[in-house]
Structures are given as C-alpha cells and as structure tokens.
Design a protein around this ligand. Structure first.
Ligand code: HEM
Length: 425
C-alpha cells in the first residue's frame, strides 16, 4: 500500500515538474521605458505572448478576437477583414462626416443651454460614429449610446483589478451580459447585420467549426466569437480618448493660462484647417492641406496615448510591460518641453519614440490612415459646431493649479466634469 502512495507522489511530482509548476521562478513584472528595448520586444513577440497578457480582457468583455484568441489563421483573416473595412473612398468618408456632424448636434444639448458632462458627451458622439458611421448600423442606437459607455468604462476598470474575488467575478459576469444583450437587441432591430460583423462571424465559423456545430458544448465561446464588441472595443475605446484630450488641449487649456502663448496653437490656423478638412475629409487632405490638425492628433497620441501600457508575457512567464506613456513624455526622446502640448513638433518630422499604435507585426491596423482620419473628423465636427467650452468656477480653479502640467491621463480623471458649450455662430 505504502509503495503505491510513493509511486503516486513521484508521478505527481514528475507531472508538476514537466508542467513547470514546481520549482519554476515566480513570474516577474518587467517595466520597459527604453524605446529601443520596447521596439525589440514588440518586434520579436508574437500573438501568443499578447493573448497571455490579456486574460482579463477576454473574461471581462466576453470577447474572442486577436487580443484574446491566439489562433494564427484566425488572426490573419481578422486583420484582412478590418484592413478592407477601413479602406474608404471619398464618398464613404463624406457619409461618416455627415453622421458625425449630426451626432455633435444631437448630443451637445446646445438648444437647452449646452450643459454636458465632458466625458460622456465625447463618448456618446464617438460611439455613435463608430456604430453608425464605421460599422454602418442603420438603426436608432440611442439606447446603446446612453448606457454602453458607462458600462464599458466600469468593465474596463474591473478588468484591471488583479485580485478577482468570487463576488467581483459575479458582478463582471452580470455587467458583461447586460452589455452584450444591449448590443444584441440593437443589432436585431437593424434590417441588415453590418458587413464587418457578418464577416467576423463568418471567419469565426470557418476557423472554429467545432464550436458552432449542433453538438457543441461551449456555447459561451461561440457567443464571444460573434460578439460585435470584438471590433467595437479596439475601435471605440481608443478613439474617444484621442478626441477628449485634443478638445481639452485646444479648448480648455488656453482658458487656464493667462499668458497663453498662441505661437503653438494659432486658432485662426486651426479654424481654417477644420474648414478645409471638412470640405473633403480624407487622409490626403488631413496630411497635406490641414496639417496642423494632423499634428494635433499626433501630439495628442504622444502626450495622452490611449494605450498607456502594452503588455506581453515572455517565455519565462514574466509579464513585460511597455510604458508607452513614459516613453512619450521622456525629455531624452522629446526634449525639455516633453510635457507640453506642442503639435508643431510633428510638423514635417516624425520621432522614433512615437509608438501610440504599438510597433512590429501586431501594430494597429488603423494606424496609418483610418484612425487619424476618423479622429480628425470627430475633432473637426466638434470644433465646427462648438465655440467655447466654459468651465464652472470650481473646476477651473482645480485645473488652474495644474495649468502647466499634462492633464491626468486616466479613466476617472474627468469624471462628472461638467461644462457649458456655446454654439458657433
Ligand atoms: C487612435 C486610435 C487607436 C489607437 C491609439 C490604437 C492602438 C492600438 C494598439 C496599441 C494596438 C496594438 C496592441 C499590441 O501591440 O498589443 C492596436 C491593435 C489593433 N487595433 Fe488599434 N488603435 C486605434 C484605433 C483603431 C481602430 C479605429 C480600429 C478598427 C477600425 C483598430 C483596430 C485594431 C486591431 C484589429 C488591432 C489588432 C492588430 C493585430 O493584432 O494584428 N484600432 N491598436
């Protein structure tokens, strides 16, 4: 009998040793703020290492896309679909512009005094444009627009919590299914499923046939693979933050500084660029004829990268974190004025320490044209319709103290931040 026990213990120990669960070093966290090291890591790391670092994201949002699913052929097809969906002609960009101008009118409350909370205001406009403009949902999306940004914010914050208690996980599951049902009910009202979502669903069925067959037991994976959030989260979650910080820097910062140096932001130049861009909103106009707008977007992405940290898990199971925000604010890379918003630093030049869209083979598909052009449409439409953004006395006083520092770049920084918008004549 005792022999049997010894053999069992030896077998278990061998198994654990093989699985590297025994004697393995506890996994470390490495923070990288050197740009060359960061690029080397991003260049050499693959899909697996990103997916391992994104466990929480899959659990929290119930998504299965190349951020959470490491199947390579699926990744290749997913990329192809998105690349095709963002290659727009002038007519399509114009359509998105019109949707954006309407969204600014609809959500700015200008007829009733223009009082809005700045974060939900920008989130609602952006979500509307991503849903109706980019994804082409031809339905009234009001119920999603009013509730989803708050739920997504909430889930995002929960996904960052490292210690998930049972209670916490239950809360996440409840909130997650609320979000999914919301999108499902809107999608079911649409006369046609948006093309990108249809295509993502097709490749999911092609690459994971077992999950979709009638005997499949894992319905939740099928559900995750077909969730519209698979594309909505990458597109919307980054975009609203670029729009928010551009607007804060252009419209709010100048009112905080008495001696505002308008060499950096010439408002007449910005107005002209907005008008020119809105006449023909595409990437070529942005780059060549409205270049100050392009510089504003690059500078916002530098000072306030929406993805502040990019994570990977290496072969030793260490979590490697690229500190994008630190790299973007390091005087070694950008000079002594690194913490100031100076868009013209991008005028006719780029900087190798600018990595808001990551680097290497997993770099954002929308980095070159689509994301900057969509951001420019959103920012231009707001600047075209809104004249001033007036702060309440208390908020002005609290921001005034930090007038020479970058605004806080986190999800809670501008919670309940109420402003009054005035209409452009
Ligand atoms: C300014 C806005 C955006 C920023 C800052 C941004 C940032 C990023 C970053 C940092 C990554 C790579 C993460 C990593 O290396 O692990 C990424 C990947 C990706 N982004 Fe974006 N993104 C933006 C807009 C968009 C938009 C509008 C779309 C879709 C229409 C999009 C779709 C994707 C996809 C599909 C990937 C995965 C690429 C792959 O794995 O091959 N992004 N994005």
């Amino acid at each position: 009998m005792s022999y049997l026990v010894i053999i069992a213990v030896v077998v278990i120990l061998c198994y654990l040793f093989k699985q590297k669960k025994l004697f393995a070093n506890p996994s470390k966290r490495l923070l990288i703020s050197d740009v060359q090291k960061a690029k080397d890591i991003l260049n050499s790391s693959g899909l697996d290492s990103r997916v391992k670092s994104n466990q929480n994201l899959g659990l929290t949002f119930g998504i299965s896309n190349p951020f959470t699913n490491s199947d390579r052929p699926y990744h290749q097809d997913f990329r192809k679909i998105i690349v095709k969906s963002i290659d727009l002609n002038d007519g399509e960009w114009n359509r998105i512009k019109n949707i954006t101008l309407k969204a600014v009118n609809d959500y700015s409350n200008l007829d009733k005094g223009g009082i809005v909370e700045i974060v939900p205001w920008i989130q609602q406009i952006t979500l509307n444009v991503v849903l109706c403009g980019y994804l082409g949902m031809n339905v009234n999306v009001d119920k999603v627009i009013n509730i989803a940004p708050g739920i997504i914010n909430d889930l995002w914050l929960k996904s960052k919590e490292l210690n998930h208690t049972k209670e916490n996980i239950e809360k996440i599951m409840k909130t997650k299914s609320k979000l999914k049902n919301l999108f499902r009910s809107v999608a079911s009202e649409a006369s046609e499923t948006p093309n990108v979502i249809k295509k993502i669903s097709e490749i999911a069925r092609k690459h994971f046939p077992n999950v979709f067959c009638s005997e499949a037991t894992n319905n939740s994976l099928a559900d995750d693979l077909e969730s519209p959030l698979n594309i909505l989260i990458p597109a919307y979650e980054t975009m609203w933050r670029v729009v928010l910080y551009s607007i804060l820097e252009i419209k709010v910062r100048p009112s905080l500084k008495k001696d505002y140096d308008n060499k950096e932001l010439n408002f007449k130049e910005i107005d002209d660029a907005v008008k020119t861009f809105l006449k023909k909103p595409n990437h070529s106009t942005l780059k060549n004829d409205s270049s100050i707008l392009w510089c504003i977007i690059q500078e916002t992405l530098r000072l306030y990268p929406p993805t502040r940290h990019i994570h990977r898990v290496d072969e030793k199971n260490n979590t490697v974190t690229i500190d994008v925000e630190k790299i973007h604010r390091d005087p070694e890379n950008w000079g002594e004025d690194a913490t100031f918003f100076k868009p013209k630093r991008f005028f006719n030049k780029m900087n190798k320490a600018h990595i808001p869209f990551s680097y290497g083979k997993l770099k954002c598909v929308a980095a070159d044209k689509f994301a900057p052009t969509l951001a420019a449409i959103l920012i231009s439409a707001i600047l075209d319709r809104v004249d001033d953004i007036i702060l309440g006395q208390k908020t002005k006083e609290s921001l005034f103290l930090k007038a020479n520092l970058p605004f806080e770049n986190n999800r809670r920084a501008f919670d309940k931040f109420e402003v009054t918008l005035t209409r452009k004549s």
